[in-house]
Design a protein around this ligand. Sequence first.
Ligand SMILES: [Zn+2]
Length: 336
Amino acid sequence: MDRRSILKAFSISGFVALGSGSVMRQLLLGEQQKAIVTADPSQIPVAANAPKVPEKLVEIVEEHAAASDYLEVSAPQKLEQQVADLKAEIEAAENDPHVKDYMQKIRYFEGVFEDDFFVSEQEFKLIQSTLKHLGRVQRTIGHGNFNLINFDQMIKYGRNFSQVGEFTKTELDFLEQLFFVDAGKYGFYGEKVLPGLTDKIPSRELVKVPKTGHYLFKGKSLKLYDTLRKDVGEDIFLTSGIRSTVKQMYLFLSKAVQAEGNMSKASRSLAPPGYSYHAVGDFDVGKVGYGYKNFTEDFAQSDVYKRLQDLGYINIRYTNDNRFGVRYEPWHIQVV
Ligand SMILES: [Zn+2]
């Protein structure tokens, strides 16, 4: 089974996990009933009112509508059969070792799996030294500014500050390679949101959020954050806002070191450089005084999270059992 079909099978099984067989059946039979009273089957608004229906279901309903024996009494039974077939297909997908394996990986993201991607010993050393080098940039320009700097600025800081030191060709080549690698190689399936290595965060479009050391984009992100603070209370705060590619590189390499060179394990906890929605408007929130727990599933047990949920603000990018290859992140607020 290739990756696409695994994900397709997974999305079908995800749909069933969310809804239920009987909901699906009603949906299909509902369309069927409408169809019976309509003279011309080609005019039936097939599943037009059900945008979340997976392709496969739409296909079946459409195929059914187009069948020549459409108005025969046997049609509902045929549809039942198709629903049963689909259920069997879903069951097979759920029992598929590849899908199971995928689910295991994002649930036990801190585990080590047989097909995880490891860097070589030599590359691991390079990761460690490059990470230290980036750390020197951060210490020199400050945590806040480091959230925003781009690749060219990073190189300049290396040249201009002796306490940072110039980036070597080997380091730069490595960072470039890290940026352009297809993260699918690690088992990360999100989309690339920042395609250029040297892309800049436009400074006129952002604001520094007081007391956090983080920045947000004016407009949607800032508005949502202000609303959250107003509605949830002062207990909620910004734990991570805009992150440039360089900042994401720093965080990703930190994860890679913690994971002892297991890039797959690193990417199960953090989007690789270029793939993070923090570059385009998403942000993380936490509860004041909750410390490191703000970045664990414990956050979902906090009163802040519960208030967020009660007020209907929860629009989480990386849900339980998501399809990006990332662990569940209840603190990550999806904006874009
Ligand atoms: Zn986040």
